[in-house]
Design a protein around this ligand. Structure first.
Ligand code: GCU
Length: 352
């Protein structure tokens, strides 16, 4: 009797062990977000299939979101279905500073952030926030697409937990205020202007005569509304896509920076990928970056028209006065280190 009971319990334990083993097997089939797994999903064609999350802080109708959707679709296509990327827009996974921290730590695989936000993590990114560094859109595109400097900066953070694998234009930044038009640096006096959490942008607004207020992008709208800020500086899409034009009615074309958006990926995630998958991501970023240029140009035309409908007025400024005010920042940057001087010279050599 006792023996029979023991036998039954033994069989039950065996069944349980087999069941658990089967469950464990299933979980190995799910994609490994670190990119280090060798598992394969149902639709994947090779052993290696990965699933990433990509965070950014813009809404779903923003041109950058559309271009990132193109990027993720291309990545899947070019990897024969082995790369799946889920986009988390609207700052769902945190402000730019937070998502950079997460990518560094490896709790998030990818993010699209501004080069301005990266400056707090890696000094070499500051060059992108130097006012009037790029002399035209052509110069900016040429440098971003072809310079060794940009490639070096992309890889400069590998030991810090992430690298960059591409860029997208985020247009040209100008000053806008709730109600005071700015035409000369004198008009900037006493104006509290929001800047990115970038020491170079803080120094820039000081050099232009204003009072810089660094804060996360997501807090700008309410701060304009409540009077914590008199203004901010960004591209025209901020007026419409982020609704700043509901509160800020005077946009002055200082055109002081082209600060690129940067696509970053965790270093371990990247290093765990096969060469084929790395190439698929690079090619997808390259292709979507190119079509983003046209998408961006169209969006700016639309933003201007829509902002005017909202009652925003656009003003030309004495641009040379702003260029002169910001010039000492260039000298300071170059004299800081040999690397800065080399980067600066390389970028300038692309100007026509
Ligand atoms: C641009 C950029 C964003 C950034 C924002 C800012 O819109 O594309 O990534 O967050 O500027 O000023 O913070």
């Amino acid at each position: 009797m006792k023996l029979k009971k023991l036998f039954t319990v033994g069989i039950a334990i065996l069944l349980l062990v087999l069941l658990l083993a089967a469950c464990g097997g299933n979980s190995e089939d799910t994609n490994d977000a670190s990119g280090e797994g060798e598992s394969s999903g149902d639709e994947a064609n090779t052993e290696e299939s990965v699933s990433f999350r990509l965070a950014h802080n813009q809404p779903e109708n923003h041109p950058i979101h559309l271009s990132l959707e193109e990027f993720t679709n291309l990545a899947t296509e070019k990897s024969d279905g082995n790369i799946e990327i889920q986009i988390h827009p609207n700052g769902q996974l945190g402000a730019e500073r937070e998502v950079i921290e997460s990518v560094k730590a490896g709790t998030l695989e990818m993010a699209k952030v501004s080069a301005g936000a990266l400056e707090a993590f890696e000094e070499s990114y500051k060059i992108f926030s130097l006012p009037y560094l790029f002399e035209s859109e052509e110069h900016y595109y040429d440098v971003m697409d072809n310079s060794e400097t940009v490639k070096e900066i992309y890889n400069s953070t590998e030991d810090d937990g992430f690298i960059a694998i591409g860029w997208y234009t985020s247009g040209q930044r100008s000053i806008y205020t709730v109600d005071q038009k700015v035409e000369t640096p004198d008009d900037m006096k006493g104006l509290k202007i929001r800047v990115q959490e970038s020491p170079t942008s803080i120094a820039m607004i000081e050099a232009m005569g204003g009072s810089p207020t660094p804060m996360a992008f997501g807090d700008v709208y309410t701060s304009l509304q409540s009077g914590i800020l008199d203004g901010a500086e960004n591209n025209e899409n901020a007026l419409t896509q982020n609704n700043h034009g509901e509160v800020a009615k005077a946009y002055s074309y200082t055109e002081h920076q082209f600060v690129p958006d940067i696509l970053i990926i965790n270093s371990n995630t990247w290093n765990g990928l096969s060469d084929e998958l790395k190439q698929a991501l690079i090619d997808a970023a390259e292709e979507s970056k190119e079509s983003h240029k046209d998408r961006w140009a169209e969006s700016i035309e639309e933003a201007k028209a829509a902002a005017e409908e909202m009652g925003v007025e656009f003003f030309e400024v004495d641009k040379q006065a702003f260029i002169d005010a910001a010039a000492p920042l260039h000298d300071e940057f170059v004299s800081e280190s040999d690397t800065n001087a080399k980067y600066f010279e390389d970028i300038k050599s692309f100007a026509q």
